[in-house]
Ligand binder design. Sequence first.
Ligand code: AMP
Length: 278
Amino acid sequence: MRRADTIAKLRRARARMTGSVGLVPTMGYLHAGHLALVARARAENVHVAASIFVNPAQFGPTEDYAHYPRDLPRDLRLLRGAGVDLLFTPAAADLYPPGFTTWVNVEGLDSQLEGKSRPGHFRGVATVVLKLFNLVQPTRAYFGQKDGQQVAVLKRMAQDLDCPVKLVLVPTVREADGLALSSRNVFLTPPQRAGAAVLYRALQEARRLYAAGERSGERLRQAMRAVVQEEPLGALDYASVADLATLQEQETVRGPVMASLAVRFGKTRLIDNILLGA
Ligand code: AMP
């Protein structure tokens, strides 16, 4: 595995690659969810490139940028073992040099759901992902369904800006009790960790009702809220049943929708989602 820690080195390494390239963007502190993306990229491309970059532009001023978990030696071992050919680990000053002022706003999609609690988050995500697309020029790029709104935002961006890359979605990897793997799970105390399974239980309740024929968006949202309210350590941020592409809340579920929720456990905010009718 070759490691490029500057844009110049990345461009030189990329220029030597021929054939398809799969890109897996990450913020590091890797777990089995990230490795599922790498495995899929490995299976579908001649070369696999990954990036580790804790992107300051997608963190709000009161969020956990400084405290986001990092363990580069361990990440290097995992990515080497998973068959990554090229790892990009840029410094923030390399991607955002003095004078940087161009941002990607995926209007409308960036202000719903996560965007309400995290203004500016998707501007940071879309901008850095477009930069990674321009630098790595991947044939395919791999993203987790775990971050469902991110998927909707990036699909829209790639379509609107004619990015010559295929976005590939990988199903969410979960713990035995259903909790979606996340780098932030490390912040949970043992009682919070036990309580965090409530997100998946709430989503399963929505799935059960949907399977039984419930098509009222509000009753599905209310059912998820009720499950989360039973968990004393969790504070619900939102429960949503929204259109996959527009992220508009649905009054009546007709096509495929994303049921999603965000719940705070102390200072740690967890998100999860499932697709219904997809
Ligand atoms: P992050 O490092 O949190 O920015 O995540 C990097 C990529 O891994 C994103 O496309 C995430 O959606 C994906 N990802 C994170 N957690 C999971 C998971 N539990 N299952 C599948 N993909 C995941």
